[in-house]
Design a protein. Structure first.
Length: 447
């Protein structure tokens, strides 16, 4: 379901915000003074749609209403005071969810924290191997990259803890199907202001002692290398299957009396394919190889063979097309910003940076913070998000030169088209908004 409106009541105890979502355009810009809750609105949406209720309940707000294109409304209320359950005499905040449809009574569900623990928290990452402790009460989930607090860890992974260590405070019901369906139909991803922080990686040969930190830009470089290798492996496997059946399929076209294209049609198809191959070579996806030189005035038999051959090449290239489109746009956007350095894609290194003049290799981590921000945002949007995701971006202007800020919205809309994404961004920068005030929603500080 498409999100069309967001209503926030009593944020920080006093701020009310009505936010129309420009879903047809694919981009909504939140702007306003410091303290108006732009970042909090993004975190509320992220916590809600990613079912991080332990985090959601800690945000100081009384009510959230999200409205969808079919006019369904999801209302979330923060349960405090006499309505909240008490643990050890301390009132705890719970959440009430109500889904209002076009008719009938609303669906209702109440969530409250559900666990107590009386053992050293350092034992958690021993029981759940893909969790790595990164703070006194914080763990990074290495499968998703999310940082979880202790309540979120227990919400998700208490079933992996030894019996007896986790004591249920209340019989917390599972999330009902209607709420799972509503939240699941709207994938949401938050790109926070601190997006260059190190990523935690672990050396499986050295165990936990082999843990190390890698900057986000270097981590993404390694990830891209893996994506390219996987795509090429799929391409090779599919190519092999087509090659092995080529003779039979060729004979089948003859038996079925398939129309044989003219010499002009074959030449046009081959030229278009050569251009496509060249674009894949330029972005580092495939090797140049030897090109087939077509003679003029092809005879009937040659045109029949080439017709099936060109069909196969189109099918093979289609296996790479999704990655190629994203990679081409990524390099175009990033290299359009970098002045003394250019970025390349490689099967081994993933992302490679070279000086423009001498073509010398340089370390990705030696790039400026602004250059790294550009790489991290563009890569994250093009390669890490599912189609249809609502992407939340906090302060996109960080470390970006004014001229780069002016390009932000045009670049974002190009990414949205290729990757099929929608965006809500929170910004202080008039340069980010530029001439697109029609997409902007002002958040008042109530003063």
């Amino acid at each position: 379901m498409t999100l069309t409106h967001i209503s926030v009541k009593k944020l920080f105890g006093e701020l009310d915000h009505e936010i129309p979502v420009h879903w047809r355009e694919g981009l909504t810009l939140l702007h306003g003074p410091n303290g108006t809750g732009k970042t909090s609105v993004l975190r509320i949406l992220d916590s809600l749609f990613n079912k991080r209720f332990s985090r959601l309940r800690k945000i100081p707000v009384e009510e959230l209403v999200v409205t969808f294109a079919d006019e369904t409304r999801l209302v979330v209320s923060w349960r405090t005071g006499s309505r909240a359950r008490k643990r050890r005499g301390v009132s705890e905040v719970g959440l009430t969810f109500e889904l209002h449809g076009s008719s009938g009574d609303p669906e209702t569900w109440i969530w409250t924290p559900g666990h107590e623990f009386d053992f050293p928290l350092g034992m958690i990452d021993d029981f759940v191997p893909h969790l790595l402790r990164v703070g006194p009460q914080a763990w990074r989930d290495e499968r998703t990259g999310q940082v979880l607090d202790v309540e979120e860890v227990f919400d998700r992974y208490s079933d992996q803890m030894p019996a007896g260590l986790v004591r249920n405070v209340a019989s917390a019901p599972k999330i009902p199907a209607w709420l799972l369906e509503t939240l699941g139909s709207n994938p949401v991803y938050l790109i926070e202001a601190q997006r260059l922080v190190p990523q935690i990686s672990r050396n499986p040969r050295r165990g936990r002692e082999g843990s190390n930190q890698t900057t986000t830009v270097a981590f993404y470089g390694e990830e891209l290398a893996s994506k390219i290798k996987n795509a090429l492996a799929d391409y090779a496997e599919y190519s092999q299957s087509l090659d092995s059946t080529f003779p039979n399929r060729l004979l089948k076209t003859q038996r079925e009396g398939r129309r044989v294209p003219s010499d002009k049609e074959i030449q046009a198809r081959y030229t278009a394919q050569a251009d496509r191959r060249k674009s894949y070579v330029e972005i580092g996806l495939i090797d140049a190889g030897d090109e087939l030189q077509l003679p003029e005035n092809l005879d009937h038999a040659a045109r029949r063979v080439l017709d099936t051959y060109l069909d196969d090449i189109d099918d093979k290239f289609d296996r790479l097309n999704g990655l190629a489109q994203r990679l081409q746009l990524f390099l175009e956007i990033v290299n359009g910003k970098l002045r003394r350095v250019s970025l390349e894609a490689a099967r081994e290194g993933g992302l490679i940076a070279r000086t423009r003049k001498k073509r010398e290799l340089i370390d990705l981590e030696s790039l400026s913070s602004g250059e790294q921000q550009e790489i991290v945002i563009a890569y994250g949007l093009l390669f890490r998000e599912l189609a249809g995701t609502l992407v939340l971006i906090d302060e996109p202007e960080l470390s970006l030169h004014v001229s780069w800020q002016l390009d932000f919205i045009p670049d974002l809309l190009r990414i949205a088209k290729v990757a099929d994404l929608e965006f809500v961004a929170a910004t202080h920068s008039p340069q980010i908004v530029n001439d697109r005030w029609d997409l902007a929603v002002a958040l008042s500080d109530g003063v």
